[in-house]
Ligand binder design. Structure first.
Ligand code: SF4
Length: 377
């Protein structure tokens, strides 16, 4: 289904992957398990011969979610719930839902109540990752997830199957990392939209299949430097709708680094396949960057952004703010102050799932980058 895609196919499928996931499920007879961001060890789900799909909202209208969640719940949580309640719920045999913030904590019960016939499990990564007990906790959570999936399916993968799954995921991360390097150094080769479509579809398709497409795409690329690009870094949790990338492409901004959960945070931490896979997966959890709701050190966010900005020699930071994301709204004022004090230009781009017009995003971004000309650009 996903093994011989062109870059154009990837962009189209990333916008709406669900018809292809349905076809894959029909053709293979395998089950699909959805999870929301972040940090569910999808390697474990894959090792059970299931398809792990990261649910990243829907662009279709909200019909049922508003009756379950208040208007000031984050738009990603509302959009994810709508996708499951109104549009694609029947596709999923089950869900593994991480609790990363207060919204997702309440949400997992709402999903459980609304899908009584499906497998629904929580995944609880420690919020205070700096504590010595955090590593023990992550390992216990991974083992609990394996036990729970095993009880549901009546079988459990051994270490060989877990390591084989990890190897497929490592290959996916390595390929995407190489493609990112090409894009970073030669922005005329791959657009922002194309690159982040490859990232997104990788989180939703069978990785063994999409790895074949990514390899062919990578081998067929002819590096083009392109002219007059401005390097920027993208900071946030996720960036949607994909048309935002069109705007960044139109403004000739080259994303050379990011902190997105469906971006670099997915690429961080290759997992060893030579030892105990559960230990190795737990290790990976601590090799990844800051994710607001999980870590306790409020300065870590700033330090990571500053380092990324300096390492990539970017000209500005674009912070993608998801409307009503409580975690971002908690972090953003301090982060903005610290970044400004450091003399780093920052532009906050407000997004909302189900948005129909992005003209304000274009106008504000245009104004921001115009104002930088003659300055740091
Ligand atoms: S972290 Fe933010 S975007 Fe994610 S579910 Fe919580 S409130 Fe929504």
């Amino acid at each position: 289904m996903w093994e011989s895609l062109s870059l154009k196919d990837v962009v189209a499928l990333a916008r709406d992957p669900y018809p292809s996931i349905r076809k894959w499920a029909r053709d293979t007879g395998k089950k699909v398990v959805g999870s929301t961001i972040a940090d569910v060890p999808e390697e474990v789900i894959y090792a059970f011969d299931l398809l792990p799909v990261t649910i990243l909202g829907t662009h279709k209208p909200l019909k049922k979610a508003p009756s379950h969640l208040p208007d000031n719940a984050c738009s990603l949580a509302r959009s994810n719930l709508e996708l499951a309640l109104s549009y694609e719920g029947d596709l999923f045999s089950g869900f593994v839902l991480p609790q990363v913030c207060d919204t997702t904590q309440h949400l997992s019960d709402i999903w459980r109540i609304n899908f009584p016939d499906k497998y629904v499990e929580s995944y609880l990564a420690p919020r205070q990752a700096d504590r010595p007990s955090a590593r023990y906790w992550v390992k216990e959570e991974i083992e609990r997830l394996i036990e729970s999936l095993g009880k549901w399916l009546g079988k459990k993968p051994g270490n060989d199957a877990l390591n084989a799954s990890i190897a497929v995921h490592n290959e996916n991360r390595a390929l995407l990392g190489e493609l990112y390097k090409i894009k970073r150094e030669s922005p005329g080769t791959i657009t922002n939209k194309e690159f982040f479509a490859m990232m997104k579809l990788s989180l939703q398709a069978d990785k063994a299949e999409i790895n074949k497409s990514l390899k062919t795409i990578k081998d067929s690329l002819k590096a083009k430097k392109g002219k007059k690009f401005t390097d920027v870094i993208l900071v946030g949790i996720t960036c949607d709708p994909p048309e935002i990338f069109d705007i960044l492409d139109e403004l000739k901004l080259n994303i050379v680094g990011d902190t997105l959960v469906d971006g670099t945070r997915y690429l961080q931490g290759m997992v060893s396949v030579n030892g105990n896979p559960i230990d190795a997966l737990a290790d990976r959890h601590f090799k990844r960057g800051f994710f607001s709701p999980i870590h306790d050190n409020v300065y870590k966010n700033f330090e990571e952004v500053k380092k990324l900005y300096n390492d990539t020699k970017a000209k500005a930071v674009i912070f993608v703010h998801i409307e009503f994301c409580e975690s971002q709204e908690y972090d953003l004022p301090d982060l903005k102050n610290m970044i400004k004090k450091e003399g780093i230009p920052i532009h906050v781009l407000d997004t909302e799932y189900q948005t129909t017009s992005l003209s304000h995003v274009l106008t504000r971004a245009q104004a921001f980058f115009e104002s930088l000309k003659g300055g740091s650009l």
